[in-house]
Ligand binder design. Structure first.
Ligand code: XMP
Length: 322
């Protein structure tokens, strides 16, 4: 397996990088068609812009609505890109993803179910319909590191695990950002004309809210963690942190509401300071912010009786809970 040559954010020649990668994409795809999945994260957004610079309308960009994204996400992202002249087609694949996730509680099996549904079922179909031979995607170096180290199999890593996408899914994958880490990608994203709401966006995992539900990711449990996420993102919006998240636990605990016992749900809040996600520390959040956040979660989410704040470091924790 060829070693990937890292380009640090400090040494990155952003303009030169963009020119070089756009030329590479043009050369590989030739006169053909490529497709890409935009999730709204900084990585896939940067790749979408690079791909459009290289291929214009010969790149078809899809937003796969897998049912496990944050509130209003597909429409928000499509509208951001529309302003930049990039047409994004939203594909409703919610049933396919929830069917694939049914009954699965193991974290890696969840990732695998999402991978198979995304790359084989949904993208297999889109590739056939569009006639594309290439999928452009925003894998970055940290994804590869953690996957190869066996910590978490990031759902977009194949070749480093000996998986040939052409053989397995019927198309080739182009990964223009693979030498960069998140800080480098943000520089590239900014230079391609994306707004700060995208290039400064917090990281969000490929398996989306299913990575924030411990145990089975049913429609109901995803809906609960989605609401907790909206409250948390609103309450922590002014906090400078690398990433924050709400997690729904599988275990229930005893609580009380209206003078009655309630064997209820637990939401865990995590908020991380980090440079590149390799190591992280819990943000020293103001206690008043935490109290307000907890009060909103407890009053707006029926059935939740516990809100905790995680104070472990990474390592030995990881940033996501599964
Ligand atoms: P961990 O949990 O491994 O997270 O400390 C490090 C960074 O990676 C993101 N993450 C993922 N991203 N697929 C992704 O695309 C995944 O399966 C996945 N797991 C974690 C996480 O949000 C954090 O920014």
């Amino acid at each position: 397996m060829p070693q990937v040559q890292e380009i640090s954010a400090a040494t990155l020649d952003t303009k030169g990088f963009i020119k070089e990668k756009a030329a590479e994409i043009s050369q590989i795809v030739g006169t053909g068609v490529a497709i890409n999945a935009l999730s709204g994260g900084v990585d896939s957004s940067a790749v979408t812009m690079l791909g459009h610079m290289a291929l214009q309308e010969r790149l078809k960009t899809y937003f796969i609505d897998n049912g496990i994204m944050r509130e209003g996400e597909p429409q928000f992202i499509a509208s951001v890109f529309k302003k930049l002249g990039v047409n994004v087609e939203i594909i409703d694949a919610q049933d396919e993803f929830f069917n694939a996730l049914k009954g699965i509680i193991d974290p890696e099996e969840k990732r695998e179910a999402i991978t198979q549904t995304f790359y084989k079922k949904v993208f297999g179909r889109l590739v056939k319909e569009s006639g594309a031979k290439y999928l452009l995607q925003g894998t970055i170096l940290t994804d590869i590191d953690e996957t190869v180290a066996g910590i978490k199999r990031q759902h977009n890593v194949f070749e480093q695990l000996g998986i040939d996408p052409q053989e397995k899914f019927g198309y080739k994958i182009i990964e223009p950002l693979v030498q960069l880490r998140k800080d480098g990608v943000r520089k590239v994203a900014e230079a391609t004309g994306l707004p700060a709401s995208i290039f400064n966006r917090m990281p969000f995992p490929g398996p989306a809210l299913s990575a924030r539900v411990i145990g089975e990711a049913t429609r109901e449990r995803i809906a609960l963690v989605r609401k907790a996420t909206s409250i948390l993102e609103a309450e922590l919006a002014s906090v400078k942190a690398f990433q924050y998240m709400a997690i729904l636990h599988n275990d229930r605990v005893t609580g009380m509401r209206d003078n009655k016992r309630e064997f209820g749900q637990q939401i865990e809040v995590r908020c991380w300071d980090s440079i590149d996600a390799r190591q992280a520390r819990p943000t020293r959040l103001d206690f008043g912010i935490l109290e307000k956040l907890a009060a909103r979660i407890l009053s707006e989410l029926p059935g939740v009786v516990s809100v905790t704040y995680n104070i472990a470091t990474k390592p030995p924790s990881t940033m996501e809970a599964i």
